[in-house]
Design a protein around this ligand. Structure first.
Ligand SMILES: [Zn+2]
Ligand SMILES: [Zn+2]
Length: 357
């Protein structure tokens, strides 16, 4: 793998892109993510005579689209010459530019795991119901109404509805184990739920390359959170880590940060992180039963805020979702018990109180 960026350009102060050919005909294009602590998204282009596949896009900002298009043209590919865009998952930093690419060419096929193809339809046609079930789940977990009732501010389908509407129409479902070939490369689709329910990684066996999306990042701990009843994302995530651990991968090409090697060591660190958080959560419930929200305020989060009160609402929302995901895993393992406590006799609303069994 070439270690240096083959080119680096600053087009104007906020339009910046970098591109490098990481393997023959595989280009990594860095797309800026304005206003995001993640900094950039890595979009990957796999180029061939007949087909051009792009993996992930970026947030729906003109400068991001411009950066990605200039990156593509450096690799000799026009946006309308893309034949497929594969989305590792449906988070807004990955799918945001879909409407602009579809505008460039209606023939581009948009591929996403079948679970998320279904969810994007749900998020367009039944978004209100979906949002209400999230609100009541967050309320039952102790979220104040400033968070539970303000999901519009946090939910990507509100701040980028076009991307989800386009996805609902365009998405072609991918299945676990599906194989795709682009030029000399053969890609295997691996369903790795956890960070999102239909997250996929792509594995290229001849060069042992793993396109890891947000499932594995070299230093950032991927966000694993539960915001809806009857899901178990942390168990899914840990199982998906185990699955990827068995792969023979020489290079990991993630959706954020830099390419890395030794995926097994990274998986060990992430597994250890969640083990420690699970222990911390059990300890937090030792002396009394708590709501997930109160418990979240006691967790030692690795962020730069002096206290829980200083967390912006969005950070509290993320922290709550992570805490619930950990509590749910412990509940499934019968370490923690969840009790439904009615809030008042008049309303049929309840609070979930968690205690150690
Ligand atoms: Zn993501
Ligand atoms: Zn991401």
């Amino acid at each position: 793998m070439k270690q240096l960026w083959s080119s680096y350009h600053m087009i104007e102060p906020c339009v910046m892109f970098m591109i490098r050919e990481v393997f023959p005909n595989i280009f990594q294009i860095r797309v800026p993510l304005p206003h995001s602590p993640l900094g950039h998204l890595n979009s990957y282009l796999i180029r061939s005579e007949e087909e051009n596949l792009l993996i992930d896009t970026g947030l729906n900002f003109s400068q991001a689209f411009q950066s990605l298009c200039i990156g593509l043209s450096e690799a000799g590919v026009k946006p309308e010459e893309l034949t497929e865009i594969l989305l590792t998952h449906f988070h807004v930093d990955h799918v945001g530019l879909i409407p602009r690419f579809k505008e460039a060419s209606r023939n581009i096929r948009v591929l996403i795991h079948e679970v998320e193809a279904r969810m994007s339809k749900l998020m367009s046609s039944e978004f209100k119901d979906y949002m209400e079930s999230m609100e009541s789940f967050l309320e039952a977990n102790g979220a104040p109404s400033s968070i539970a009732m303000n999901l519009q501010k946090f939910h990507p389908a509100f701040f980028n509805p076009q991307a989800y509407e386009e996805l609902a129409i365009a998405a072609l479902p991918l299945e676990d184990g599906q194989e795709m070939s682009v030029g000399d490369y053969n890609l295997q689709v691996l369903w790795t739920p956890g960070h999102s329910p239909g997250h996929v990684c792509l594995y290229e066996p001849s060069l042992k390359i793993l396109f890891s999306g947000d499932h594995l990042l070299p230093t950032i701990t991927p966000h694993v959170a539960q915001f809806i009843e009857n899901t178990d994302p942390l168990t899914d995530y840990l199982n998906s880590l185990e699955r990827i651990e068995k792969l023979d991968a020489e290079v990991v090409l993630p959706a954020h940060e830099d390419a890395f090697t030794n995926h097994r060591e990274r998986i060990r660190q992430l597994t250890e992180h969640h083990k420690q958080r699970l222990t911390e959560i059990i300890e937090g419930l030792r002396s009394m039963s708590l709501t997930a929200y109160v418990l979240a305020s006691k967790v030692r989060w690795n962020v730069n805020y002096k206290s829980w009160d200083a967390f912006p609402p969005f950070q509290k929302y993320l922290a709550l979702g992570e805490t619930v995901a950990h509590l749910n895993l412990l509940e499934q393992k019968e370490v923690v018990k969840r009790t439904k406590v009615p809030i008042s006799q008049e309303s049929n609303k309840s609070l979930y109180m968690y205690s150690v069994q």
